[in-house]
Write a protein that binds this ligand. Structure first.
Ligand SMILES: *[C@@H]1O[C@H](CO)[C@@H](O)[C@H](O)[C@H]1NC(C)=O
Ligand SMILES: *[C@@H]1O[C@H](CO)[C@@H](O)[C@H](O)[C@H]1NC(C)=O
Length: 326
């Protein structure tokens, strides 16, 4: 009698536990908008944020999704959302190759000037650091690329020394201009992520001073475009390279945040020019950050008309036995 009562209560408790588990599971599935049949995988941004709060990693979510055909849809959503998709996630790298990398042009240049070096002095400083090595070829990254010619810091390396490289430009209008120049470099219509994962931003379109804004995405606002941001490291992996001979970074204030996404132990970036004027963190913070990564300031490039305000950084080893010059 007593034993039977205990068994009965235990059974009742088990049923209740099972019901609670069932209820929680369906709630979770409902919240994540994943129907039990796994046929629908669209996730809303809020849901992804919710999933993060619950420490449910994106990997778990997307592993579930891999059971269905339209996994691309969920990746699309993941690309937009502030979730910590690893910078070297193979799905991300493949997506960048498939959707964001425009191959170098094979057409003749369509430049508006015959000037091989429209840079405001940055490229000259980089050539001073590299010396004769500049002739051995190299790989550059330029962001923002603007129209691919105006004050381009990398054109000379491509045109005169045959370097390969990648031009990165967030503003779709500018990107169209880049495309038409027929540069012999890869091109990416996107911004560099200011966090170590992809996300989408409202990009303020303003030719040479366009930039990532703080506006909420998903609105139709004149002068703004919704733009995919990608981590620099992911773009490099998509290009099968981790060695960069020159990185030109001029993104109207987001420089420091972009630099902080870089896994410095996994890449070999030899020289950089970094605009320091718009960053809220200040010039000294930028210098200290780079010194902490093993770089030294080689020189500063400034222009009276504010067309250049850059630090030229080089890896310490490159500057060994060399005085600082300006
Ligand atoms: C955005 O708004 C403009 C006018 O304000 C309209 O002409 C355009 O079609 C809209 N675009 C989209 C994608 O809704
Ligand atoms: C990088 O390597 C992958 C895999 O080997 C290849 O499919 C792809 O075309 C390469 N991309 C570039 C830009 O070299």
């Amino acid at each position: 009698m007593i034993a039977g009562g205990v068994r009965g209560r235990m059974a009742l408790q088990l049923v209740m536990v099972a019901m609670v588990v069932l209820l929680l599971t369906s709630l979770a599935l409902f919240t994540l908008d994943i129907s039990p049949s796994f046929t629908k995988v669209l996730m809303k941004m809020e849901d992804l944020e919710g999933a993060m709060k619950d420490r449910l990693s994106v990997d778990v979510v997307s592993t579930r999704h891999s059971a269905v055909d339209d996994v691309v849809v969920s990746l699309e959503q993941i690309m937009k959302a502030p979730v910590s998709l690893n910078q070297d996630d193979s799905r991300l790298i493949q997506r960048i190759r498939a959707k964001y990398l425009l191959p170098p042009s094979t057409q003749p240049y369509s430049l508006s000037s015959s000037n091989s070096d429209p840079s405001m002095g940055q490229s000259k400083q980089i050539r001073l650091i590299l010396g004769d090595k500049v002739k051995e070829g190299g790989f550059f990254v330029e962001c923002g690329a603007l129209d691919g010619e105006t004050r381009s810091n990398t054109l000379v390396f491509e045109k005169e020394y045959g370097w390969r490289g990648v031009l990165i430009e967030g503003d779709p209008k500018n990107f169209e201009l880049v495309r038409r120049k027929n540069r012999r470099a890869w091109a990416v219509n996107g911004c560099l992520s200011t966090s170590p994962y992809p996300n989408v931003v409202m990009f303020k379109q303003s030719f040479n001073v366009g930039k990532i804004s703080n506006l909420e995405t998903g609105q139709n606002k004149t002068g703004y475009a919704e733009v995919q941001c990608l981590p620099l490291y992911s773009i490099l992996l998509a290009l099968n390279t981790t060695t960069v001979d020159y990185f030109s970074l001029d993104v109207e204030g987001a420089e420091m945040r972009v630099l902080k996404t870089i896994p410095w132990d996994k890449v070999n970036i030899k020289t950089l020019s970094v605009e320091f004027i718009h960053g809220g963190e200040g010039k000294d913070a930028l210098r200290r950050y780079m010194e902490g990564r093993g770089y030294r300031v080689f020189s500063e490039v400034t222009h009276p008309g504010w067309l250049a305000n850059d630090f030229i950084f080089a890896k310490k080893e490159l500057l060994a036995n060399r005085p600082e010059s300006t």
